[in-house]
Each structure stands twice: as structure tokens, then as C-alpha cells.
Design a protein. Structure first.
Length: 301
């Protein structure tokens, strides 16, 4: 910061604030926002409806993504690797060895005697020698690490056989990836459509106020005083569109909650609030961005 800037800052800090003037400025900007909306006429309804539809699609997909991720996490926690040991293996030693592997969360030992007693109770088997091996149930921290842990355990010489729901785990991961990718694409589409719509709308407002804006510039009015009502108008479109989109997204939320109840999997905590906040933030951000880009392109201030 050079001396001139420092001096300017010091002078500005010593100028007493006129709060009445500040309130008048805010009031004037608010009036300008609603005047601009009035000038736009019936196009307002088309813009808000379009934005509500776009944000509804985004909200429904985001809520679905959260539920699918929750399903993947819960099912991943249920899935365990079953490790069947050779007859000469010490289950405790092998369990300690496996616990040292990365991403292994827990190892449970199922002695062959227990497995055999349970089987005899269920099937009423006559007294024969126990043919079952000692078994380890290995729980992995995340489903995506299951394949790596499976390969490391399989390489151990004391392992006779192994099993886990590999196909189910793969399908869960694929579904999760597809939904996440789709949601990301929808966010990009929402951004492009919203910014384009707002851009064109603000362009119409600028053209209708061209003479008025030129007069304000000649009078020395601050550039931001001209820009802020237009930016806020775009943000307001996004906000109203997001609020309208809450109702249809709530229907999606109720449907997903029923699916969670059917499969006895807890619904993600606060998922609805996350979706609503995300819709409002994206709507306002993209609306304001569309306005700002339009100002930059069509209004030389």
C-alpha cells in the first residue's frame, strides 16, 4: 500500500458516518431492485419457474446421492471377508497378523468347535468328526478397500479359502459412482442454464434503463450503486426459485425415507437441511454470477 492509499484510508476513517444516509442508500437500492423486476414483467414468472425446475432436479439428485452413499456405507459395514484357515494354523496368530494390514478395522475369530456345534443344532447331524476349519471374519473400514485387503489375506500361506460378497460390493461402488457423477453433471448444467437465463434477463433490464444509467454515471454515482441492484435481482431470482423447489424435493425426501425404513437402514441425519441449503446457496450464487457477467458484458461501469 503506497502513501497516497494510506492517506486516503486515514482520511476516510476520520470522516463521521451518516447512518441516515446509509439507510437511504440501502432503501434506494431495494426500490431499484423491485423497479427492475417490475420492468421485466411476465418474464419474471418464466425465469423463476425455470430456475425452480432446474433446482428441483438438482435437489432430488443430491438427496438421492446422499441416500445411495448412506446405503453403500451401511452395506459396506455389513460385508465381511470370511477367512477359512488350514488345520495347522493358529487362529490367534493369524488374526493378529491380519490386524496389522491397512484398512482392517476388526477381526473376529470363530473357532471350528463353535461353528460345528451351531451346525449340529441346526441340522441335527449325527456324531462325526468336525470337518470345519477355524474361521476369521475380517471387517474393512471402507467398502472400496475390501479388494485390496482380500488380496493381502489370500497371499498368506495359512489360508485355505476365502469368501465375501464381491459382486454386491462392486455393484454398490458402481451405483455410488454413477449417482455422484450424475449429480456433478447436473450442477454444471444448473450453472450454465441459470447463468445464461439471468444473463439474458439482466441484459433486457440494462437496455430498458440505458438512459437512466448514463445520467447516473454523468452525475458521478458510484459504479457499485448501479451494479448492486442488478446483481441482487439475479440473486433474488435464484432464492425464490430455490424456495419453490423445496416442495417437490420434499416429496423425493419422503419417498427415500420410506425406502430407508423398508430396508431398516437409518436415513442420513440432516440430509433434508443439507439439500435445502445447497439449493438456496447455488440458486443465489449462480443468479448473482449471471447478473455480474451480464453487467460486465453489457454495461461499461
Amino acid at each position: 500500500m503506497n502513501k497516497a492509499q494510506k492517506l486516503k484510508k486515514q482520511v476516510k476513517n476520520h470522516i463521521p458516518k451518516d447512518w441516515l444516509t446509509e439507510i437511504r442508500i440501502v432503501s434506494r437500492i431495494t426500490i431499484e431492485i423491485f423497479n427492475d423486476i417490475k420492468r421485466t414483467g411476465w418474464i419474471n414468472l418464466a425465469i423463476i419457474t425455470t430456475m425452480a425446475a432446474i433446482l428441483t432436479l438438482f435437489g432430488a439428485l443430491l438427496r438421492t446421492t446422499i441416500s445411495v452413499s448412506s446405503f453403500a456405507h451401511e452395506l459396506g459395514n455389513v460385508l465381511e471377508i470370511s477367512v477359512y484357515l488350514k488345520s495347522n494354523a493358529d487362529a490367534n496368530i493369524v488374526a493378529e497378523r491380519i490386524k496389522e494390514f491397512d484398512h482392517v478395522e476388526h477381526v473376529k475369530i470363530i473357532p471350528k468347535e463353535k461353528s460345528w456345534n451351531d451346525l449340529k443344532r441346526e441340522l441335527d447331524i449325527s456324531d462325526i468328526d468336525n470337518p470345519l476349519p477355524d474361521t476369521l471374519h475380517v471387517k474393512v473400514d471402507k467398502p472400496e478397500h475390501t479388494t485390496d485387503v482380500f488380496g493381502k489375506i489370500k497371499a498368506l500361506s495359512v489360508v485355505e479359502d476365502m469368501s465375501y460378497a464381491q459382486e454386491l460390493a462392486k455393484k454398490i461402488q458402481v451405483l455410488n459412482s454413477v449417482v455422484n457423477t450424475t449429480t456433478l453433471l447436473v450442477v454444471i448444467i444448473v450453472a450454465i442454464l441459470t447463468i445464461t437465463i439471468i444473463n439474458n434477463t439482466i441484459q433486457l433490464v440494462i437496455q430498458s434503463r440505458k438512459d437512466e444509467i448514463e445520467i447516473m454515471r454523468l452525475m458521478g454515482v458510484s459504479n457499485w450503486y448501479i451494479k448492486i441492484p442488478l446483481i441482487m435481482q439475479g440473486a433474488l431470482y435464484g432464492f425464490v426459485g430455490a424456495i419453490i423447489a423445496v416442495a417437490p424435493v420434499d416429496i423425493t425426501q419422503n419417498m427415500l425415507n420410506n425406502i430407508h425404513k423398508f430396508f431398516v437402514i437409518p436415513s442420513p441425519v440432516g440430509a433434508g437441511n443439507i439439500v435445502i441449503i445447497s439449493m438456496v446457496v447455488l440458486g443465489v450464487a449462480f443468479g448473482a454470477t449471471g447478473s455480474f457477467l451480464s453487467i460486465k458484458k453489457h454495461l461499461q461501469v
